[in-house]
Design a protein around this ligand. Structure first.
Ligand SMILES: *Cc1c(COP(=O)(O)O)cnc(C)c1O
Length: 379
């Protein structure tokens, strides 16, 4: 192969690395210093497997066993935790184990696309519970009961699972998960809480909520390089989800034997002490988000979703910026370009009228700078 062509794959610089980051996808996944060290130390392929007893989660050196069996269950209030490659793989694992093809799952209108594709891969039918629409887009969990009755009364099929996105990835709304747990118990339908944007940012306790399952994302919200996530569950589900191979007694079929074996688990562990600390600061994070929302609203932007807001992920509507983009020489890309010029990263190129952002990673001083840039553009 041509040597000059091959050069393009090497020594690639990341231009956005040192910028103020308000990208919702990235804000909770920034590595801690400890994780950055672990990344280099454990970068060699399969190096975590030096002392593997046959299962990744059984490795005692490095202490993956203690992390998975003790630290994580304690952290999220679940009986049992197992590692996955991410939240989506957790959802698929649960759906595939619990449901037969053509069974129903009931999900919220604000569900992430990965909930859909996981269900499609498992061959399931999807019933969607609507939200309240503009401007708050709230999910009323009582509507799950209506959806259950509709499917059951019309004899349409078995309902294998209720799924709630907590919070959703568009508006950052936090629906009433505890109430949905009581509905799931009343109808004896298992309940999965998708906390890709919650575990690692804010306090969550699965057993207190009353869910059967929870899925989390390491690269989204736990300062891990990923790809990694985990499922938490009530004890009785462990055997259902984690059946052992009939050919290899130690290997679980549902996860093809092992999941993220490498820097993903090592960075997740190395960041964990900091993550335990940072969730104690959650009220301050909420305060910061609400302050930021007020500052942008003062300039004529409108925050959609729940108000006052209870999460760092927020969605804004900005008619004025859209109007400016019509005549600006940068066109639809002007907002992205102006922010970038000011060392701010995270609003998708080409968006002006509607966009989401996160205040999780940036401190108040940095957010003030973001506010000031918006002010100068709207002046
Ligand atoms: C980001 C996100 C996911 C996907 O997480 P992965 O760990 O990458 O699979 C799933 N659900 C929601 C709500 C998300 O925001």
């Amino acid at each position: 192969m041509d040597k000059d062509f091959l050069k393009k794959f090497v020594n690639i610089k990341r231009e956005t690395k040192a910028m103020i980051n308000i990208d919702p996808l990235q804000a909770g996944g920034k590595l801690t210093d400890e994780a950055r060290q672990a990344l280099v130390e454990w970068g060699d392929g399969f190096s975590v497997c030096d002392f593997c007893p046959g299962r990744l989660e059984g490795i005692k050196k490095p202490p993956i066993y203690d992390f998975v069996h003790q630290a994580l269950p304690d952290f999220i209030g679940a009986d049992v935790v197992h590692l996955t490659h991410g939240a989506r793989e957790g959802k698929f694992l649960i759906m595939h184990a619990l449901a037969q093809p053509n069974d129903f799952i009931i999900i919220d209108k604000s569900a992430h696309y990965t909930t859909y594709v996981a269900a499609e891969r498992a061959g399931l039918k999807i019933k969607v519970v609507e939200n309240s629409g503009y401007p708050e887009f709230k999910i009323n969990v009582d509507d799950y009961e209506k959806a259950i009755n509709e499917i059951q009364n019309e004899g349409k099929g078995k309902i294998a699972l209720l799924v709630l996105t907590y919070p959703d990835g568009n508006y950052g709304n936090l629906p009433d998960a505890k109430k949905l747990a009581t509905i799931s118990q009343k109808y004896k339908i298992p309940f999965l809480l998708n906390t890709a944007y919650a575990v690692g940012r804010m306090p969550i306790n699965m057993n207190e909520t009353g869910a059967d399952f929870i899925v989390a994302s390491g690269h989204k919200s736990m300062a891990s390089s990923g790809p990694i996530g985990f499922v938490g569950m009530k004890k009785e589900w462990d055997e259902v989800l984690f059946k052992k191979s009939q050919y290899f007694a130690k290997k679980e079929v549902g996860i093809l034997g092992c999941v993220s074996r490498g820097t993903a688990i090592m960075t997740l562990m190395a960041s964990f002490p900091s993550v335990v600390e940072r969730i104690k600061e959650w009220p301050k994070q909420v305060e910061k988000a609400q302050w930021f929302s007020r500052q942008l609203e003062k300039q004529g932007l409108k925050q959609l979703g729940e108000k006052p807001h209870n999460h760092d992920l927020m969605f804004f509507e900005a008619e004025k910026l859209y109007e400016i983009s019509k005549t600006h020489k940068g066109g639809a890309f002007f907002l992205y370009k102006e922010l970038k010029k000011n060392n701010i990263w995270g609003i998708k190129p080409g968006l002006t009228k509607n966009f989401k952002l996160s205040t999780f990673a940036a401190n108040k001083e940095e957010l003030q700078k973001v506010v000031d840039v918006f002010a100068s553009l709207l002046d």
